[in-house]
Ligand binder design. Structure first.
Ligand code: UDP
Ligand code: MG
Length: 319
């Protein structure tokens, strides 16, 4: 068997109506490349006829591999599973609802062969989305950039091509909370984009409701950064200092001033402010530790290497 040149990863969840058209159109494009390819369809626990539809398509078509999840795990996990299995020298991730037009695959391939590691499809506009979705998406990326310090582009989609080297790097990220766009920002590599006109859904309806989107947004910010915790700990220290000063002020006033508070007030203020000052200081310390635990628990690789001259020489001499 010849080595796979191109792998397509397509997660699918209740797409029975549109999946055949997706497979047909994608294969049509891939056949024109004249290179060995595979389409990995990851069924994310569909409850409709998706799996049967794909199986009957596979009876008369080759180069398709179907992986069926035991239940619905979510789009991001399905994309991750695809990366575990993809063999190709180049690997494409795309949706299976024809919003990501397969006609762009040759262009993505062409671009990455000019010396890039990742090429993503940048949406030309968000015209196909509602005003609310456009606005919340923009807001999310602005907050995400601020909170994580990574430059996450706000026109990127989950339609992209990458080299096998990037796929291998990606497999080392074992964390549970995943957001592809943020993980790609994290791993780096030489990245560029091509403009793509994202289409309306060919059939069926979106699986992303606002509850899922909000969850994804919170998960991705929290799992990417301990800046929110850092902000909290700075605020806690400030509050603690103010409270400590106030307790001290009331105490001095009680001892040395003629202007007296009502009987018993001074001790109540000193005790509550003093205790709160200590409490906020503890909070600051604890949130610093939690931030460290968050980072360490992910066990991410410390760095990724794009090129290694020794390795390249070695390859040239002996391969
Ligand atoms: N999808 C999935 N699991 C899910 C939700 C969606 O595998 O839990 C797939 C879906 O079949 C589609 C892609 O992920 O191919 C993108 O989902 P969708 O089109 O619903 O999202 P939208 O394009 O509206 O953002
Ligand atoms: Mg879609």
């Amino acid at each position: 068997m010849s080595k796979t040149f191109l792998s397509i990863i397509a997660p699918t969840y209740n797409e029975a109506e549109g999946i055949t058209a997706f497979l047909e159109q994608t294969q049509q494009v891939l056949e024109t490349l004249n290179k060995p390819y595979e389409i990995l369809v990851i069924d994310d626990g569909s409850t409709d006829m998706t799996v049967n539809t794909i199986k009957s398509y596979m009876k008369s078509h080759e180069n398709i591999r179907l992986i069926v999840f035991s239940r619905n795990y979510g789009h991001e996990i399905a994309l991750t599973a695809g990366l575990e299995y993809a063999q190709g020298e180049y690997v494409v991730q795309m949706d299976s609802d024809l919003q990501h037009p397969p006609e762009y695959i040759p262009e993505l391939l062409n671009k990455i062969q000019q010396g890039y590691d990742v090429v993503y499809a940048a949406r030309e506009s968000r015209a196909e989305e509602s005003w609310l979705k456009r606005t919340t998406a923009k807001l999310f990326y602005a907050i995400a950039r601020q909170m994580t310090g990574f430059s996450v582009p706000d026109n990127a989609t989950n339609f992209r091509i990458m080299s096998q080297q990037v796929v291998r790097s990606f497999r080392e990220l074992k964390e549970n909370n995943r957001h592809m766009l943020m993980l790609f920002a994290y791993i780096g590599f030489k990245t560029t984009s091509i403009p793509v006109q994202i289409q309306e859904r060919a059939a069926g309806k979106t699986k992303y409701n606002y509850r899922k989107l909000i969850n994804l947004a919170i998960d991705s910010i929290v799992s990417f950064s301990h800046r929110p915790l850092r902000y909290m700990s700075i605020l806690s220290v400030l509050v603690s200092v103010v409270l400590a000063f106030y307790a001290g002020f009331v105490l001095l006033q009680k001892l040395f001033s003629h202007q007296q508070l009502a009987e018993g007030m001074a001790s109540i203020i000193c005790i509550t402010s003093g205790l709160f000052a200590i409490l906020f200081l503890f909070l600051a310390v604890i949130s610093e530790y939690i931030g460290r635990i968050l980072i360490e628990s992910k066990n991410r690789p410390l760095y990724y290497i794009r090129e290694d001259s020794y390795h390249n020489q070695h390859k040239n001499n002996y391969d």
